[in-house]
Design a protein around this ligand. Structure first.
Ligand code: GLN
Length: 192
């Protein structure tokens, strides 16, 4: 796969995504300003802190050009805070925490049941074969609602933790931290 894939590099675990992309043969581009969006075929919105990233999207001038690209159907992969930024609705977010609303899910921040803040769990994702994927959850968002057009790829206790709608893939957990390349590979296949 030789696509040019942006990684939103305002805050969060950018380096991990960049190295997974490079390992898979894609061309990662760190996106820090609107010019960095030129010619990308898809974008990864990493984990980190969604409220901070939302503010930095505005101060860097990236929000509107990126919204245009996403609105025209550019493939996107959001992990954890990235899932929050791509979701249609954010619960327990900050008032000024507007996102891109490109996947029809409602997510609640920092609210994964009564479980401790962070945990790890093996997840079955049929599309990725028999071998489970190791999910690293760090103050992960819950998906409280998924619209009819959203495919649930994996769930924990009946709650979706990996979803896809058209070209948009999101996970509550951090596949970039587990050394398993399969979800990134799935995303890149969607980029074509
Ligand atoms: N809790 C963070 C937020 O609300 C997300 C945590 C993460 O990305 N690991 O943005």
């Amino acid at each position: 796969m030789s696509g040019k894939i942006g990684v939103l590099a305002l805050q969060g675990d950018v380096r991990e995504h960049v190295s997974v992309l490079a390992e898979l043969g894609a061309h990662p581009v760190e996106v820090r300003c609107p010019e960095d969006l030129a010619g990308i075929d898809g974008i990864i919105v990493p984990g980190g802190e969604s409220t901070t990233m939302a503010l930095l999207l505005d101060s860097a001038g990236i929000r509107s050009p990126l919204a245009d690209l996403l609105g025209s159907g550019m493939p996107a992969f959001g992990t954890c805070a990235g899932m929050i930024l791509l979701a249609a609705e954010v619960l327990d977010g900050r008032r000024d925490q507007a996102g891109f609303a490109v996947i029809d899910i409602s997510v609640r921040r920092n609210a994964f049941g009564r479980q401790v803040d962070s945990f790890e769990l093996d997840l079955a994702i049929a599309e990725l074969g028999h071998e489970p994927i190791h999910g690293v959850f760090i103050r992960a968002p819950i998906v409280e609602r998924a619209g009819a057009g959203v495919e649930i790829l994996a769930a924990v206790d009946g709650r979706p933790v990996a979803c896809r709608q058209g070209p948009v893939l999101v996970t509550s957990f951090h596949p970039e931290l587990s050394g398993d390349l399969r979800l990134h590979d799935l995303f890149l296949k969607g980029v074509g």
